[in-house]
Design a binder for this molecule. Structure first.
Ligand SMILES: Nc1ncnc2c1ncn2[C@@H]1O[C@H](COP(=O)(O)OP(=O)(O)O)[C@@H](O)[C@H]1O
Ligand SMILES: [Mg+2]
Length: 228
């Protein structure tokens, strides 16, 4: 169906329960969400509303207790570990609040990392990582280690790493929360321009009103539910 083919990811009726001992927390209580190809979408909501849980589920990092996820035209089978790893590796990119770069690797080695699991040749890998680092404005920092880079530069490396597999969708959990407001705005500009240039969809969580303003689509979570 032509309409369906524009959808990058869709989830329906997602529930997530965290149980510990006698108590349990319903982190998600029936979430429906659709991300279309090329979307630049924000997920906002107060701390504890379920943003990280939802991004972890959509990123196939944790299974839901109930509900379904479609990614790239297929229904995700949470029992099929290998297929799940492949989908995650080939179709998704991740950016985290704390950058999560490997400290002993250079910027370019960090960006190349997701390609090590593919059949790409080492020269092709290097070329692809170089072009991504160039795209995020770090052509002159390729051999720097993370601690030799500023926070904003580290997050740019993380954005390059998230895009190196040419994913359908990048999931970013509070990507600007560790950055000062000017650096945060620059990172948003960068993500937005890559979104337009490459057509990669982005879904980023935030509780920063200035970041929310940039989104072309907005989802608001409250108490484990998306507000209409
Ligand atoms: N691994 C976990 N174990 C137990 N409870 C969790 C876990 N992760 C999240 N929660 C709970 O689920 C709710 C939603 O958390 P989270 O998704 O981290 O929200 P947000 O990212 O919006 O701050 C919170 O009440 C939180 O305490
Ligand atoms: Mg969170």
């Amino acid at each position: 169906m032509a309409v369906e083919s524009s959808i990058a990811l869709r989830a329906s009726n997602l529930h997530k329960l965290y149980a510990f001992g006698e108590t349990s927390v319903a982190a998600l209580r029936g979430v429906d969400i659709t991300i279309e190809q090329g979307d630049f979408a924000a997920l906002c909501g107060p701390s504890g509303s379920g943003k990280s849980t939802l991004l972890n589920l959509l990123g196939l990092l944790e299974p839901p207790n109930q509900g379904e996820i479609w990614l790239d035209g297929q229904t995700v089978d949470h029992g099929a570990t290998e297929a799940l790893d492949q989908l995650r590796r080939n179709r998704l990119g991740f950016v985290f609040q704390s950058f999560n770069l490997v400290p002993v690797l250079s910027a370019i080695e960090n960006v190349e990392l997701p390609l090590l699991m593919t059949s790409m040749s080492s020269s092709e890998r290097r070329k692809r990582a170089e072009s991504l680092l160039d795209a995020v404005g770090l052509a002159d920092r390729m051999s720097h280690r993370p601690k030799q880079l500023s926070g904003g530069q580290q997050q740019r490396v993380a954005v390059a790493r998230a895009l190196v597999n040419a994913p359908l969708l990048v999931l970013a959990d509070e990507p600007t929360a560790s950055l000062d407001s000017q650096t945060a705005a620059q990172l948003l500009d960068l993500m937005q321009s890559l979104n337009r240039q490459l057509g990669t969809a982005f879904l980023f969580s935030t509780h920063d009103a200035r970041v929310v303003e940039r989104a072309q689509k907005l989802f608001t979570l409250s108490d484990g539910r998306i507000l209409a």
